[in-house]
Design a binder for this molecule. Structure first.
Ligand code: BEZ
Ligand code: FE
Length: 286
């Protein structure tokens, strides 16, 4: 088409999609193009604003490497990671709700026996917490042999890979539920921390007038062959930022209570999870 106008540009680009483009790619591109073109028209985007956005994307790319994904952070600030998680992992049958994975997961954490500590380094003034619970299937039966990966930030607000003064894999562990579906480990009370804001994600936070803080939480990844993997986070009921998380990932049912402990830790928290078997997954899809 030669005579491109504001009114026909969207159709022209959508029609230009190749005949052999797979159906899903076509669906995604046609919708993305319509929304992006409508957005430019809605706000009457200026050329300078577009140039500024392109330079910002370049900065996001420049700061991204194997250890840092600026694009995941940006999608978090926009509420997109949590939205896609909710769309893709619909919750049925009372299973525990998921929430964002975030950028700090590391595979192959130390494999530890139930009840062991994930704390490799002490921090002044921190509180220890014994976390335990039962993992059940949606029919209520405890599930044995479930792999439970946990990770959290240190009392200085940093995950170990952000902090050269923490031992490798500090505050991370992999546990397995026993024959009664129980898991148990010792951690530190998690503290609020700012998501990294020294790059393009921080610029976006400023643009939106938002702070970078997340409420204190412990991450869980719960896996067993034959079950849907559950990626979630448990929030401390007494932490700040439960109502204004910078990445919108808090869900009421994921808030746990850390109570004073009569045992060898300062605090204890019980939290049970419910996971859905693939068989149930198949039934839900039918
Ligand atoms: C996290 O919970 O670790 C996280 C999630 C989204 C963005 C940054 C951090
Ligand atoms: Fe986190």
């Amino acid at each position: 088409m030669r005579n491109i106008t504001v009114n026909n540009i969207t159709d022209a680009v959508v029609k230009s999609l190749g005949d052999d483009v797979p159906a899903r790619n076509r669906e995604i591109m046609a919708s993305a193009l319509k929304h992006m073109h409508d957005f430019c028209k809605d706000v009457n985007l200026t050329y300078d604003e577009w140039l500024e956005a392109m330079a910002w994307m370049r900065r996001a790319g420049d700061i991204t490497d194997d250890a840092r994904s600026e694009f995941i952070l940006i999608s978090d600030i926009l509420g997109i990671e949590v939205l896609v998680d909710m769309l893709d992992k619909k919750v049925t049958d009372g299973e525990t709700v998921s929430t964002v994975l975030g950028p700090f997961y590391r595979d192959n954490p130390p494999v530890l026996p139930n009840g062991a500590t994930i704390v490799q380094k002490d921090f002044d003034g921190s509180q220890s917490v014994r976390v335990s619970g039962v993992i059940r299937a949606t029919d209520g039966a405890p599930v044995a042999g479930v792999t439970v990966d946990v990770w959290e930030d240190a009392p200085n607000g940093m995950y170990e890979q952000q902090d050269p003064d923490q031992p490798d894999y500090n505050l991370r562990g992999r546990f397995e539920t026993d024959e009664n579906g129980r898991y148990e480990f010792v951690a530190l009370r998690p503290v609020p921390y700012p998501i990294p804001y020294d790059g393009a994600a921080g610029e976006l936070l400023n643009y939106m007038g938002h702070h970078p803080w997340r409420p204190g939480h412990i991450h869980f990844m719960i896996q067993k062959p034959g079950f849907k993997t559950l990626v979630s986070q448990i929030y401390d009921s007494e932490t700040e930022y439960l109502d204004n998380d910078s990445v919108f990932a808090v869900k009421e049912e994921l808030i746990g209570e850390m109570k004073p402990s009569s045992g060898d830790t300062d605090l204890e928290m019980a939290f049970d999870f419910t996971i859905r078997s693939d068989a149930k997954l198949g039934m839900a899809a039918e």
